[in-house]
Design a protein around this ligand. Structure first.
Ligand code: SAH
Length: 213
């Protein structure tokens, strides 16, 4: 697992690209500047790793575009020691960003191949999550609720009630909602049954799939 000056230089270019698209949170930009994204992809794809693009990983899934990762992370307003639930572990890149920000991360993945691969890979890079779970993200993680924030990294056809219910008061859910195109949506829990909803622009994700079983 090599991370050399060439990679670091490419990464700084990526930080500039993400910044020029409007990301301002310094901690988020630092995380992108630090995490060796090329190691989250097949080694033959080095040239693609530091472009601001999504890219195929195993099991017909994608590693999200760095700008999208930064945009979603910014909306979470992560504070050190926040308890965060991620739906869609995938390559683990978004997970690593959350770890860099000092969050306690729980992440759910429904593809066993990716779950296994990423479970082995993240600790090798020094990223210690609280728990990686093989399961169905639609259900959230009731045993660990409530969460300071929840991030969904796949396109959700609707907003699962379980996820809203697992936010603490003041907690934030960032979820791309829609079928072919998704609207990035932020929910802030303001009361037992009150949620403040804000919509951001259009994004494209692989779909959040229903339970396989
Ligand atoms: N955060 C990832 C993005 C991966 S793409 C990264 O940075 O690489 C979205 C991921 O969501 C895929 O790995 C897909 O398998 C997973 N996914 C889809 N439906 C799911 C569900 N119901 N529960 C958990 N994960 C799901």
């Amino acid at each position: 697992m090599i991370d050399n000056f060439k990679h670091k230089g490419m990464r700084q270019q990526l930080v500039l690209a993400v910044k020029s698209k409007g990301i301002t949170n310094e901690s988020v930009l630092n995380a992108i500047g630090k995490i060796p994204r090329h190691l989250f992809m097949d080694s033959s794809f080095l040239d693609h790793a530091y472009q601001d693009k999504a890219f195929p990983i195993a099991a017909d899934q994608t590693i999200s575009q760095p700008y999208t990762v930064a945009f979603q992370t910014e909306l979470l307003q992560v504070k050190k020691n926040d308890k965060i639930l991620e739906i869609g572990t995938g390559s683990g890149y978004q997970t690593a960003v959350l770890c860099e920000l000092g969050a306690k991360v729980y992440s759910i993945e429904r593809q066993q191949e990716l779950f296994k691969k990423t479970s082995k890979f993240l600790p090798k890079l020094g990223y210690r999550t609280k728990k990686l779970i093989f399961g169905d993200g639609y259900k959230g993680l009731l045993t660990e609720a409530p969460f300071d924030s929840i991030i969904v990294t796949a396109g959700a056809p609707f907003v699962p009630n379980a996820l809203l219910a697992q936010l603490r008061l003041g907690g934030r859910l960032v979820i791309p909602v829609g079928d072919n195109v998704q609207i990035m949506t932020l929910y802030i829990r303001r009361g037992e049954k009150e949620f403040e909803k804000t919509e951001f622009g259009e994004f494209r994700f692989v779909p959040l799939l229903e339970d396989k079983n």
